[in-house]
Write a protein that binds this ligand. Structure first.
Ligand SMILES: CC(C)(COP(=O)(O)OP(=O)(O)OC[C@H]1O[C@@H](n2cnc3c(N)ncnc32)[C@H](O)[C@@H]1OP(=O)(O)O)[C@@H](O)C(=O)NCCC(=O)NCCS
Length: 296
């Protein structure tokens, strides 16, 4: 694990993935946006906002109790019902991130946000067409927001190695023969990275579809080879580069008529907690600046 935790260059910094930027591979090379106005935080109809919250303590740092009242009693109740402390902490971190973002975009108090589930269990915020998806893995929470169906998945390859997940066995279960051949065609040292990216891509697709998480990943073929930006029928996939070794992310979104733009922002735990502290001090006003000054 990179002990700089989050690469300093990524701390609180926004990156923009413009579609088809000339000379930039598949248009996914991150470009610092620099100082953008506050409006940049608002989500356009053809935009996707990806937020990555990097957690420093391991395996899953618990959330300081002072921040729990920012969540609705219902979410706190759902968290309290989770038996595993790691699972509970992941749940709380992910809801703090989600509610913080929704509170800003919907101009509502964090603790006033309500959620419902689709027929197959996909959660949605009530009273808006804005959609989101969450994913958590040891050390990282990710949230995607857009006005269209989205799915995100993050994986920590080092944690899977530690808990002795046999990725080759998972590949046999989750990948079709063509996908397995693709992994085998990669140089030996790139195979596990290839596996995690493909796995994350399929999970993100499954989550975007909203057809239920029990569906077999095998039934969801994705175009190969893997690239940072992939199109498939009505869907578009991104494999954003992450600043920490052994972490992988993939994102799926329903396509629009015109190209989509992906905005990507990385938070470290300290910055995020500082932002929540400011919010608390401003009595939870949803009009408070969304994030610490200087990060836009
Ligand atoms: C259920 C499954 C997605 C769990 O995967 P996961 O990596 O733990 O899940 P993620 O963190 O990416 O996503 C979970 C979030 O998706 C959202 N979600 C829940 N139901 C959903 C649905 N039907 N559709 C879309 N999103 C859904 C929720 O916000 C959920 O967060 P919560 O659990 O805190 O409520 C399932 O596909 C699975 O168990 N996959 C295997 C994971 C695995 O083997 N990993 C090892 C790889 S080597």
């Amino acid at each position: 694990m990179d002990d700089r935790r989050v690469h300093p260059g990524f701390r609180g910094r926004r990156t923009l993935f413009p579609p088809g930027r000339p000379g930039a591979g598949n248009g996914l090379d991150p470009v610092a946006v620099g100082r953008a106005g506050r409006n940049r935080e608002l989500i356009g109809s053809r935009e996707i906002h990806l937020h990555f919250l990097w957690l420093n303590g391991g395996p899953v740092p618990s959330v300081p109790r002072e921040f729990l009242p920012l969540l609705s009693p219902r979410l706190r109740g759902e968290a309290a019902a989770l038996k595993s402390s790691a699972r509970r902490a992941e749940f709380i971190w992910s809801r703090l991130l989600l509610c913080r973002l929704l509170s800003f975009h919907l101009r509502r108090k964090m603790s006033g946000l309500r959620f419902q589930r689709g027929a197959k269990g996909k959660p949605f915020p009530q009273g808006t067409k804005l959609q989101f998806n969450l994913s958590h893995t040891e050390g990282l929470v990710a949230c995607s927001l857009a006005w269209r169906p989205v799915g995100i998945d993050v994986e920590n390859g080092a944690a899977r190695k530690r808990d002795r997940t046999d990725w080759k066995a998972v590949a046999r279960r989750a990948f079709n023969p063509r996908e397995r051949d693709f992994i085998h065609s990669l140089p030996v040292k790139s195979r596990s990275a290839g596996f995690f990216k493909l796995f994350a891509l399929k999970e993100a697709y499954l989550k975007a579809l909203g057809t239920g998480l029990g569906r077999s990943l095998r039934e969801l073929p994705v175009p190969l080879p893997l690239r940072e930006r992939i199109r498939l029928k009505g869907w578009e996939f991104f494999i954003p580069p992450l600043p920490r070794k052994n972490f992988y992310a993939a994102h799926a979104v329903k396509r629009a008529g015109a190209p989509l733009r992906v905005h990507c922002r990385h938070w470290d735990e300290a910055d995020f907690l500082e932002d929540l502290r400011r919010l608390k001090e401003s009595a939870g006003s949803q009009r408070a600046a969304p994030f610490s000054a200087g990060t836009l």
